[in-house]
Design a protein around this ligand. Structure first.
Ligand SMILES: [Zn+2]
Ligand SMILES: [Zn+2]
Length: 261
């Protein structure tokens, strides 16, 4: 069973999982992109992955070809689905069982596809799959936080070049998220309940300097205190409290409005 260990003094948690060290490319540099012949995410290779948790397909059988989106458990999961979250404390050493989920969302059957170049219909399916997995995992009472992320390129740690995202669900709330929630609460208290992100959106749209693009539903912008070059946020125009409440209308892509710079 993987474990999640707490830092001595701060509520910073780190996942320890032996399974992760067995994944392809761990502790070595992958020089070449995975060829299609050995890619576990390509159609026809479904037997190379654990069974699917979710799939969108017009034809074919579960765990066979014919899908447009396929979600499976990570073959080398950092967390395990079964069991209760037990706490283990021994003086300064505190840990909890690594109960949660670690999944892969294969975003296209096309090995050489890329989120940025997929057609709008497929991007809609990708977002629907994100929402569906988020919704399902968030309903599990043991899970306190869900994150969907992509490692882009080998230098970021991606083991496979086939377009995919990862879903991680953990039984604790990360420190940064706790701090963000606290900051939001403090802001609302000072400003008679106004939401911080709604204010940011209003101010940034009026200013226009850091807005990259916008459509009817979303604004993409560079945050005022970006931590790295090209850090970009996508904020919904409608005030919403959770990603999984995103409506179908919001997910449906509408023409992008380039922002005059
Ligand atoms: Zn592939
Ligand atoms: Zn808001």
């Amino acid at each position: 069973m993987p474990e999640i260990r707490k830092d001595y003094a701060t509520p910073t948690w780190v996942v320890f999982s032996a399974a992760r060290s067995q994944r392809p490319g761990a502790f070595r540099n992958l020089k070449d992109a995975t060829p299609k012949e050995s890619c576990p995410f390509c159609p026809g290779h479904e037997a190379m992955t654990p069974p699917e948790v979710l799939a969108y397909r017009d034809r074919g059988m579960p765990n066979g070809p014919g899908w447009s989106i396929r979600c499976v458990q990570n073959k080398f999961p950092a967390l395990e689905r079964g069991g209760e979250v037990r706490e283990h404390r021994d003086g300064p050493f505190l840990s909890v069982d690594g109960v949660g989920a670690h999944e892969i969302i294969v975003e296209s059957p096309d090995h050489d596809g890329h989120l940025a170049t997929l057609d709008d219909r497929q991007v809609e399916r990708v977002l629907r799959a994100y929402r569906e997995r988020y919704h399902d995992l968030a309903a599990d009472r043991r899970i306190k936080y869900v994150q969907i992320f992509k490692n882009h390129g080998e230098r970021a740690g991606a083991s496979f070049s086939h377009p995919h995202a990862q879903v991680i669900a953990i039984p604790i709330v990360p420190l940064r998220v706790l701090e963000e929630a606290e900051g939001m609460r403090a802001h609302a208290e000072q400003r008679e309940g106004e939401c911080l992100y709604c204010e940011i959106l209003r101010r940034e749209l009026a200013l226009g300097r850091r807005v990259v693009a916008e459509n009817r539903s979303f604004v993409a912008l560079e945050p005022f205190a970006a931590r790295s070059p090209f850090e970009t946020w996508i904020l919904p125009k409608v005030h919403a409290r959770a990603f999984e409440t995103l409506s179908d209308t919001s997910i449906r892509l509408c023409p992008r409005t380039p922002h005059p710079s």
